[in-house]
Design a protein around this ligand. Structure first.
Ligand code: C5P
Length: 317
């Protein structure tokens, strides 16, 4: 893939896009020895993305600036951690780096915005610093930063197993579109969502690797996958929804809103929430449905996006 290196007053610069994801299937199988959950998921990239500009400077520092005032710009931010991890492992010389993040994906929303920013940073810096790591190496490095980072790197439609980092691509030719809704005041912490789920369901967890494998095979051979189409929409399972929906009014509102939309094929919460999405036959139907429901959206105080499925993960602009 060619990159689009440009030159600014300060130096070489690259712009990378970091797309959001939704979960078409999120099934919790059991608990792993490392304390994470063993998952069987089908994830889908969508056309809602953050924009990251990476520019070489000469002050020796790594600086992150962003238009989103709620985000930290220090070592807590996955972008800064991704840049530092790449520096450590590649031993490349850093003369200085300015990162500008334009945040379009809502934060704490179950859309993997932070993970996608980390993946995009690894991807862009690998080119800007001329490191030459393969995609596989970058995915492996990304898995140290978060379970969803490898998916965000590869993107498209993928089965994600293990703690989410073990990928198997699925060829999806669907033109389906997504209506995404979120209460701007609501956030859900992923560790909290998993710990509530565990408390409620740990006695039912599968334990043996062969039982995990049976479930993985069932997910990969599910009848709704052949093909993933408007006449055969995914049933959209998300195990975390069963514990988050009852305690999160914002999720109940979003799901109730989606259920009333003309043309919606199926709807669900994404990841650990609170954002929820509905699937539509195409982007025109999705936009039309939203246009007819603007007043209701405002009344409920929900933010809304219409976007298509995207066939790849992070990329150069
Ligand atoms: O990997 P990531 O940093 O995104 O995970 C955030 C938290 O979500 C973990 O610390 C863990 O509490 C929970 N988690 C889990 N099992 C997974 C993925 C995440 O329990 N497979």
């Amino acid at each position: 893939m060619s990159n689009k290196m440009t030159f600014t007053k300060t130096g070489e610069s690259l712009r990378v896009s970091a797309p959001a994801k939704i979960n078409l299937h999120l099934e919790v199988l059991g608990l792993r020895k490392d304390g994470f959950h063993e998952l069987a998921m089908l994830m889908q990239s969508i056309d809602l993305f953050d924009e990251i500009d990476l520019t070489k400077t000469n002050n020796g520092k790594i600086q992150l600036i962003t238009d989103n005032k709620e985000l930290s710009t220090d070592d807590e931010n996955l972008i800064v951690r991704a840049a530092k991890l790449l520096l450590e492992t590649s031993m490349v010389e850093n003369s200085g780096l300015l990162i500008h993040l334009k945040k379009n994906i809502p934060i704490g929303a179950g859309l993997a915005g932070g993970s996608s920013d980390a993946a995009a940073t690894l991807f862009g810096l690998n080119a800007l610093w001329g490191i030459g790591y393969s995609n596989k190496q970058l995915e492996e490095l990304g898995s140290e930063l978060g379970s969803d980072v490898p998916f965000c790197f590869a993107g498209g439609t993928q089965f994600c197993f293990g703690r989410g980092e073990s990928l198997e691509p699925y060829k999806c030719k669907s033109d389906m579109a997504v209506v995404l809704v979120k209460d701007p005041l609501a956030e859900v912490s992923t560790p909290v969502a998993y710990s509530i789920y565990k408390e409620k369901n740990k006695d039912r967890y599968l334990k043996a690797e062969e039982d995990f494998e049976k479930r993985r095979r069932l997910v990969k051979n599910a009848s709704w996958l052949n093909p993933l189409s408007t006449s055969n929409p995914p049933p959209l399972r998300n195990d975390l929804q069963e514990v988050i929906e009852p305690i999160t009014p914002a999720v109940r509102n979003a799901l109730e809103f989606l259920s009333t939309l003309e043309g919606v094929l199926s709807f669900s919460m994404s990841g650990s929430g609170p954002s929820c999405f509905g699937l539509f036959a195409d982007i025109g139907t999705a936009k039309q449905s939203i246009a007819e429901n603007q007043a209701k959206l405002e009344l409920l105080g929900l933010e809304c996006w219409c976007c298509g499925f995207r066939s790849r993960g992070v990329s150069f602009f």
